[in-house]
Design a protein around this ligand. Structure first.
Ligand SMILES: NC(=O)C1=CN([C@@H]2O[C@H](COP(=O)(O)OP(=O)(O)OC[C@H]3O[C@@H](n4cnc5c(N)ncnc54)[C@H](O)[C@@H]3O)[C@@H](O)[C@H]2O)C=CC1
Ligand SMILES: O=C(O)[C@H]1O[C@H](OP(=O)(O)OP(=O)(O)OC[C@H]2O[C@@H](n3ccc(=O)[nH]c3=O)[C@H](O)[C@@H]2O)[C@H](O)[C@@H](O)[C@@H]1O
Length: 502
C-alpha cells in the first residue's frame, strides 16, 4: 500500500499506512487518569467518513478507526482523493489521518479494539419482498450487529447512527444479547445524524442539536454519559439532548419528513403561482417573515433529491401503515407525490415550451448533483428530468463541476433509468466546459443551484446557441430580467414571464 506523508497537528511530518496500536492513558483537567476512548465506525460513507473525521479532529485523545467492506472506498480515504466531496473535509482528514484517525478494511480488529462502535451503514429502501418500495432495508445493519456479536471480546457500547425505523435498536439489542459471552456486554444507543451534504463539516462542528437515545436503566444511562462525554469535547451541554431510543429514532425520521414537507409545500404553491401569475419567491419571502413559520427551506425548485428525504418519508409511510394508521401514511405519501409531480411538471414544461417536441434537439444541462457543493447524485431531480427528456429523444450535453462522467452515464443508462441503454447512451454528452456544452443547443436547463452558474457570460453563450434560445432555470438562481433582456426565452419555477420576441 502507498505510504502517505502528511503534516500533522503537532507540526510533524509523518508517514502512515495502518492504524496505530497501543493506546496511551491521558489525564483529564483534574489530573484523574482516564482511559482514552477507542472508537470504531462501521461504514465509511458520507456519514461515517465525515462524522468520524470531525470526531477525531475535535477529540485528539480519542483513537478513531473507520472501517468498511469496500476496498476501493478505504483506498480512497487513505489517498489524496477522498471518496466524497465536502467543503473542508480534506483539511480535517489531512490533519488527523495517521495520528488518531485511521481507515481500513480490518473490521474484526477495529471492533475488537473499540469500546464504542458506531454503525453508519446504508439503510436504503427495500427493493424486494415485504415492504418493497417503502420499508428501510436493514440487512446491512443486521450484518454489523452480527459481526460485533461475533468478534467482541469485552464490554461495548454500540451506537446506531444510520437512520433506521423505530424498532431497529431493539433488534440490534436482541442479536447482541443472544450472543453474549463471558466478559462481554453491550449497550445500544441511538445517535442519529443530521448533517446535510455540502455543509457537513459546518453541521458537524456546530450542530443545532445532538440526540442520544438510550435505555432507561443504569447501564443505558452510563452509556449515554459516555457518548455525551465524547460530544462535550466541542458541543455545549444545552445542544445535547438525551431521550428514549424510540423518541430518538422517530425524531430523525420526523425531522427529514418536516423538511421535505416544507419543500413540497412551497413547490405546490409554485404551481398555483404559475397558473395565476403570482411569483413564488415573493410569496415565500412574505410567508417566511412570519416568525412562527420561518424563512428556511422555502426555496421552490425542481424538487428535493438526495439519498434520504424520499427514503425516510417512505419509511415513515411504511411504519404508519404497519401501525394501522392509514391517514397518517397517506399524509406523508402526498409529500413525496408532490415532489414527483414537481419534477415531471418541469420536464413537461421544457418539452411544451420547445414547441412540443425535443426529439433530436440538443439541450445543455447545467448541474447533475442533487444540490450544490456535493458530487452526490442519489435521487437527484436532474436524473429524473434528464431521463424524461432522453425518453423524448433529446440530445443532452451535461456539465456539472463535481459529478464524475461515469457516474452520470451509470445513472442515466442503468436498468432503473431505461430499458434502452444503448439508444440513451448515444444521446448523452458530458462536458467539462459549460461554454462548450451550449454550442448549437436549443436550450439551457439549470437543474442544480451551483453558485458558478450565476456568473456565467450568458451573452456569450447565447451567441453560439440555436434561435430562438431558451433558458429553463429549475433552481431560481440566475438574474431572469438580465437574461430576458439578452434575448433568452426564459422559464423558471413559480413565475411566468411574457414570451420573448426579441
Ligand atoms: N448521506 C447523508 O447526508 C446522511 C445519511 N444519513 C443516514 O446514514 C446512513 C449512512 O448513509 P451514507 O453515509 O450516506 O451511506 P453510504 O452509502 O455513503 O455509506 C455506507 C457505507 O457502509 C458500508 N457498508 C455497508 N455494509 C457494511 C458492513 N456490513 N460492514 C462494513 N461496511 C459496510 C458501505 O460499503 C458504504 O461505504 C443511512 O442510514 C442514511 O440514511 C443520515 C444523515 C445524513
Ligand atoms: O438524513 C439526511 O440524509 C439529511 O437529509 C437532509 O440533508 P441533504 O439531503 O444532504 O440536503 P438538504 O439541504 O436537506 O436538501 C435536500 C434537497 O432539498 C432541496 N431543497 C432544499 C431546501 C429548499 O428550500 N428547497 C429545495 O429544493 C435541495 O436542493 C436538495 O435537493 C437534511 O437537511 C439533513 O438534516 C439530514 O441529515
Amino acid at each position: 500500500m502507498e505510504l502517505i506523508t502528511e503534516t500533522k497537528r503537532d507540526g510533524q511530518k509523518r508517514e502512515h499506512d495502518h492504524p496505530a496500536i497501543g493506546l496511551p492513558v491521558a489525564q483529564d483537567e483534574e489530573g484523574i487518569s482516564m482511559v482514552i476512548k477507542n472508537v470504531c465506525c462501521i461504514g465509511a460513507g458520507y456519514v461515517g467518513g465525515s462524522s468520524c473525521s470531525v470526531l477525531a479532529w475535535k477529540c485528539p485523545d480519542i483513537h478513531v478507526h473507520v472501517v468498511d467492506v469496500s476496498h476501493d472506498t478505504i483506498k480512497q480515504w487513505n489517498s489524496h482523493n477522498l471518496p466524497i466531496y465536502e467543503p473542508g473535509l480534506d483539511e480535517v482528514v489531512k490533519e488527523c489521518r495517521g495520528c488518531n484517525l485511521f481507515f481500513s478494511n480490518d473490521i474484526d480488529r477495529a471492533v475488537r479494539e473499540a469500546d464504542m462502535i458506531f454503525i453508519s451503514v446504508n439503510t436504503p429502501t427495500k427493493t424486494y419482498g415485504i415492504g418493497k418500495g417503502k420499508a428501510a432495508d436493514l440487512q446491512y445493519v443486521e450484518v454489523c450487529a452480527r459481526k460485533i456479536a461475533e468478534v467482541a471480546n469485552g464490554p461495548k457500547i454500540v451506537v446506531e447512527k444510520s437512520t433506521v425505523p423505530i424498532q431497529a435498536a431493539q433488534f440490534i439489542t436482541h442479536i447482541l444479547a443472544a450472543n453474549t459471552k463471558p466478559g462481554v456486554s453491550f449497550q445500544v444507543l441511538s445517535n442519529p445524524e443530521f448533517l446535510a451534504e455540502g455543509t457537513a463539516i459546518e453541521n458537524l462542528v456546530n450542530p443545532d442539536r445532538v440526540l442520544i437515545g438510550g435505555e432507561e436503566s443504569s447501564g443505558g444511562e452510563s452509556a449515554m454519559e459516555e457518548l455525551t462525554w465524547i460530544y462535550h469535547h466541542w458541543i455545549p451541554q444545552h445542544n445535547i439532548i438525551t431521550l428514549s431510543t424510540w423518541s430518538s429514532q422517530l425524531t430523525k425520521l420526523a425531522s427529514n419528513a418536516f423538511l421535505a414537507q416544507r419543500v413540497s409545500s412551497i413547490n405546490a404553491i409554485s404551481a398555483v403561482c404559475e397558473a395565476i401569475g403570482a411569483d413564488v419567491s415573493q410569496v415565500a419571502d412574505a410567508v417566511g417573515r412570519d416568525s412562527r413559520i420561518g424563512s428556511k427551506f422555502l426555496h421552490a425548485s425542481v424538487g428535493f433529491g438526495g439519498s434520504c428525504f424520499e427514503k425516510d418519508l417512505l419509511s415513515l409511510v411504511y411504519i404508519a401503515e404497519s401501525l394501522n394508521l392509514p391517514e397518517v401514511a397517506r399524509y406523508w405519501q402526498h409529500v413525496n407525490d408532490i415532489n414527483h409531480y414537481q419534477r415531471t411538471r418541469f420536464g413537461q414544461r421544457i418539452t411544451a415550451s420547445l414547441f412540443n417536441t425535443v426529439t433530436d434537439k440538443a439541450l445543455a444541462v447545467f448541474g447533475f448533483a442533487f444540490k450544490k457543493n456535493t458530487g452526490d447524485t442519489r435521487e437527484s431531480p436532474a436524473r429524473c428530468i434528464c431521463s424524461q427528456l432522453l425518453e423524448e429523444g433529446a440530445r443532452i450535453n451535461i456539465y456539472d463541476p463535481k459529478v464524475e462522467r461515469q457516474q452520470i452515464m451509470n445513472d442515466l443508462t442503468s436498468t432503473k433509468a431505461t430499458s434502452e441503454p444503448e439508444r440513451i447512451q448515444k444521446l448523452i454528452h458530458i462536458y467539462t466546459d459549460p461554454y462548450q456544452a451550449v454550442i448549437d443547443t436549443h436550450a439551457i436547463v439549470i437543474l442544480t443551484e451551483w453558485d458558478e452558474f450565476k456568473s456565467y457570460d450568458y451573452k456569450k453563450m447565447l451567441s453560439v446557441m440555436k434561435k430562438p434560445a431558451f433558458l429553463f432555470d429549475g433552481r431560481k438562481i440566475i438574474d431572469h430580467e438580465a437574461v430576458i433582456k439578452l434575448g433568452f426565452n426564459t422559464h423558471t419555477i413559480g413565475k411566468k414571464f411574457t414570451p420573448n420576441t426579441l
